[in-house]
Design a binder for this molecule. Structure first.
Ligand SMILES: [Zn+2]
Length: 92
């Protein structure tokens, strides 16, 4: 599986504890406009403590479908209803 992102594999990204723990799939992905940070969240509301830092490679290996968003520019976010749905990309 080719790593599709332009960012380095060890790029620090935000992931929520629900996804890391396998409780929820990734249903919300943000590519932040100000700092270019990727966020991979389950789509529920989060406290600051719920956010963990992992590498982009870790997220991609956890769920290859985030690779569909490799070309999503900064300032956009993507959502989907379930893990099987296609991503819907929206500009902030
Ligand atoms: Zn979560």
């Amino acid at each position: 599986m080719v790593f599709p992102f332009y960012d380095a594999k060890n790029t620090a990204t935000i992931i929520c504890c629900h996804v890391i723990n396998g409780e929820k799939p990734i249903l919300f992905v943000s590519h932040d406009e100000d700092d270019g940070m990727w966020q991979f969240l389950c789509g529920k509301a989060h406290e600051t403590d719920d956010a963990k830092l992992v590498s982009l490679k870790y997220v991609f290996e956890l769920d290859n479908s985030v690779g569909d968003l490799a070309d999503m520019p900064c300032g956009y976010y993507a959502t989907r209803e379930t893990q099987k749905d296609n991503w819907v990309i929206t500009k902030r």
